[in-house]
Write a protein that binds this ligand. Structure first.
Ligand SMILES: Nc1ncnc2c1ncn2[C@@H]1O[C@H](COP(=O)(O)OP(=O)(O)OP(=O)(O)O)[C@@H](O)[C@H]1O
Ligand SMILES: [Mg+2]
Length: 287
C-alpha cells in the first residue's frame, strides 16, 4: 500500500489562534480516514489547508499522489482549482448547490472542469463540441445511477429533501472523478433513512470508482461504522490516531469530549454508547 496523502507539520494560524497546530498524518490509497473532534477543533481548517483555501505556515508539507504516474506532488502553493484538477475534490460543511439549476444541470456543472474545449469555443457549434457535450452528459448519467438520483431529475432542487440535496452535492464533487474526495460532515442534519442512503452511496463510490475518502463527521455511529482509521483533533492539536476501537478506548479522546464546553451535547455527540459513556442526567424516554 502507498500513501495517497501525507501531511507534515501543518499549522494554520488566524491571528494568535492556531486553528490547526503541527498536524501530521498519512492516508493510504483506498483507506477511509475520518477526522473527528469537538466543535472548533480545527477539522474544517485541515481540509481547507489540503484543498488550498488556507496556506499553512512555512515548514509544512502536504503531499498528494496526484502526478500522472502517481508520483507525489506538493500541494502547498497551488490554488484550489489547480488542486481539483490534480484529482482532489471536496464537499462543504454547508450545502453548496446552484438553486436556479435542475438536478441534472447541477451534476453537469461539476463536469466543466473536465471539459477539454476552451469555453470561448463553446459558443460555436462544431462536431468536436458536440462530441464533448455527449461525453459530459454520459458521464453525468453515470453519476445519476451511482447516487440513485434518477427519480429526482425533474424536480425543483429547493423542494427536495435535505438528504437528496446532499447526495447531489456529493455527485458534483464526484463529477470531477477525483482520486481523493474530502467530505465535511456528509451526514450532518440527516435523519436515519437519509444517513443510511448516504452511507450506501459512499460505499458504492468506494467500490465502483475506487475513490479514496477523507471525511469529517460528528455522528459517531456513522463514523465508527465506516472509518478504517481516525485522526482526533482537539484545540488544533492531534491527540490520537488509530482504529475506531483504539480511538474509543483512548482516555485523551474521552477527556477531550467530556471536557468540552457543552458537555451534554458533546457526550451525546460522541454517541455515549459508542464510548461506553452515559450522558450525565441522561434519561431514557419512556417506552
Ligand atoms: N476564517 C477564520 N478566521 C478566524 N478564525 C477561524 C476561521 N476559520 C476557523 N476559525 C477558528 O479556528 C478554529 C477551528 O475552526 P474549524 O472550523 O476548523 O473547526 P471545526 O473542527 O471544523 O469545528 P466544527 O465541528 O464546529 O465544524 C475555531 O476556533 C474557529 O473559530
Ligand atoms: Mg467544521
Amino acid at each position: 500500500m502507498s500513501s495517497i496523502l501525507s501531511l507534515s507539520d501543518v499549522t494554520v494560524a488566524f491571528g494568535e489562534l492556531l486553528a490547526c497546530d503541527s498536524v501530521s498524518f498519512e492516508q493510504e490509497e483506498g483507506e477511509l480516514l475520518a477526522i473527528i473532534g469537538p466543535n472548533g477543533a480545527g477539522k474544517t481548517t485541515v481540509l481547507s489547508a489540503i484543498s488550498g483555501v488556507y496556506v499553512p505556515r512555512p515548514g509544512a508539507s502536504i503531499k498528494f499522489a496526484g502526478g500522472d504516474d502517481g508520483s507525489d506532488l506538493e500541494l502547498i502553493g497551488r490554488k484550489p482549482h489547480q488542486i481539483v484538477r490534480l484529482g482532489l475534490s471536496r464537499t462543504l460543511q454547508n450545502l453548496g448547490l446552484f438553486p436556479g439549476l435542475s438536478v441534472f444541470e447541477n451534476l453537469l456543472m461539476g463536469r466543466y472542469v473536465h471539459q477539454r474545449q476552451n469555453l470561448i469555443l463553446a459558443g460555436m457549434f462544431t462536431p468536436g463540441i458536440r462530441r464533448d457535450e455527449v461525453e459530459q452528459r454520459r458521464a453525468t448519467e453515470d453519476l445519476v445511477d451511482l447516487l440513485d438520483l434518477r427519480e429526482y431529475l425533474d424536480e425543483d432542487l429547493e423542494a427536495l429533501p435535505y438528504g437528496v440535496q446532499k447526495r447531489i452535492e456529493l455527485g458534483r464533487a464526484l463529477a470531477m472523478r477525483p482520486r481523493l474526495l474530502l467530505l465535511d460532515e456528509p451526514v450532518a442534519g440527516m435523519n436515519r433513512p437519509e444517513k443510511f442512503e448516504m452511507t450506501e452511496a459512499l460505499g458504492r463510490v468506494r467500490a465502483e470508482r475506487g475513490t479514496t475518502l477523507l471525511l469529517i463527521e460528528h455522528d459517531m455511529e456513522f463514523v465508527m461504522g465506516m472509518a478504517d482509521r481516525l485522526v482526533v483533533l482537539n484545540h488544533g492539536q492531534m491527540i490520537a490516531e488509530g482504529t475506531p476501537d483504539e480511538v474509543q478506548a483512548n482516555p485523551l479522546v474521552i477527556e477531550a469530549y467530556l471536557g468540552a464546553d457543552d458537555e451534554d451535547s458533546l457526550v451525546a455527540d460522541l454517541g455515549g454508547d459508542a464510548l461506553g459513556l452515559s450522558t450525565p442526567g441522561d434519561q431514557s424516554p419512556a417506552g
